[in-house]
Structures are given as structure tokens and as C-alpha cells.
Design a protein around this ligand. Sequence first.
Ligand code: ADP
Length: 267
Amino acid sequence: FIKAYLDLFTDEKKTEGIIVVLQDVTEQQKLENMRNEFVANVSHELRTPLTSIKSYTETLLDGVLDDRQMSEKFLDVINSEADRMTRLVKDLLQLTRLDNKQMQWNMKLISFTELIKSCVVKMEIEAKNKSQELESYIMGDIPEIMADKDRIEQVVLNILSNAIKYTPEGGKVTVYISKLYSDVYMKVVDNGLGIPQKDLPRIFERFYRVDKARSRELGGTGLGLAIAREIVEAHGGNIIISSQYGKGTEVTVKLPVQPLSAEQKRE
Ligand code: ADP
């Protein structure tokens, strides 16, 4: 094609030189596809609770309102669907802020151990409700780290709540806190459902869920891990998940004791 194009010009003898610009649009196309898929996902995720709110409201208006017990049940559903929409919008706003680098990071020296211990205490009720064992072990001396406490707490709570959510009654969730060189680690091990090998590479994608119905039923938005990864990476760390389907999952968060400054990163 390029040769034929060049011949066309050289035949005329007038052209002294031409410039051919070839642009690879594959990357652009990929981005466009991702954007379209994201918008479709958001619309779907918002429409599901809306449909349910609308149909329960209509049924109430159609006469169920006279039945107090039934009305309360319906209003409970409406309320929790509205909560789900609020969670979704909150998560989406946070992702946008992370994408646009508009997050205000409140970096302070904090105790990694204390932060995780307080998250474990917060999750104890949920574990107890499922008769699960929830234990934590601190391996050696763990230094304080420079981090945004609220954001790291959000990450830890998300990982712990996933471990509890995706582990059946009577299961076990264990948290290990350790340090190696200039990084601290939190490893959360559960003996729950596990993640099939084929799903593992996509697990951090927005809205990607192994079992959509189960995740929704458990109140998930499918954005938790995507947000967690962005937060941890913004601190200069990483999250690794390994899993055996039917056996359990292991999530490891690595955070540097002292994140690199912008100048250090550029070097
Ligand atoms: P969700 O809101 O659906 O929990 P997340 O982004 O937190 O969204 O997690 C994405 C998916 O990863 C979940 O829907 C679930 O399929 C899978 N997952 C995450 N953690 C675990 C775990 N500990 N055990 C099994 N599956 C998990």
C-alpha cells in the first residue's frame, strides 16, 4: 500500500519528497473499548438497584402499603438498594480522584501493627456471625510507616472483609504482619472458596467478579480490589493474590516503610 502510494507521487515528477505518517491506533482503540466497557458496567450496576427500588415502590403503591409487615420488608429492600447505590457512587468518585491524581494524601508516621490490629477488631463481629476464626500474628519488630492512615485502613478492611465474605461458615482467616528489609507486609490467608486460576489475572479489574450474583448478594461493588491496588501503588507498594480454587486465598500487601519522594522516583 505504501509503495503504491509513493509511486503515485513519484510518477508526477513534481514531488520532491513526501512524509508518511503511520499511527498505531491499537492502543487508542483499546483505551476507547475499555472506556465504553466501563460506562456500560456503571450503567448496569446502577440500573440493577434502581429497577428493584422502582418495582418495590410500585408494588407498595399498588396496595401492599395496607399490609404493615409486608411494607416493612419491602422498605428494607429499598433502603439497602439505595445504600448499594451510595456505595457504588462513593467508590466511583474515589476511583476518578485516583485516576486523575486528585487524591489528597495525608501522609503521617503511623503504626502498621496498630492499624491492622484495630481493623481486625472491627471485623471480629462479622467473623463471629459466620462462626469463623479470625487470628493475627505479628512476626518480629514492625517499624512505623509513612502512610495515609485512613486509606490504608480502607485497604486492610476491604481485604479482611473479602476474606470473611468469600469463606464459608466455620472457616478460618489468619493475618500475618511482618517486615523484610525496608518493607512491611500484611498477609491475609483464608481457607474459603478460592479463585479459579483463569480469573486470577483479572481480579483487580474494575467490576470483575468471579461470581457476580454472590458478590452482589454480599453487598460488593466489584471495585474494592481495584481501589485497594491504586491506593497501595500510590504508596509505592503492591498487592499480590494467590489462590487455589476450593481451598483458599492469600492476599499480600507490601508497603515501603518510607515511600519514595517524587524526586527520588524520577532518578
Ligand atoms: P467485591 O465487591 O465483589 O467483593 P472486590 O474488588 O473486593 O469486589 O473483589 C473482586 C472479586 O474478587 C470478588 O467478587 C471475588 O470474586 C474475588 N475475591 C476477592 N477476595 C477473595 C477471597 N478472599 N476469596 C475468594 N474470592 C475473592
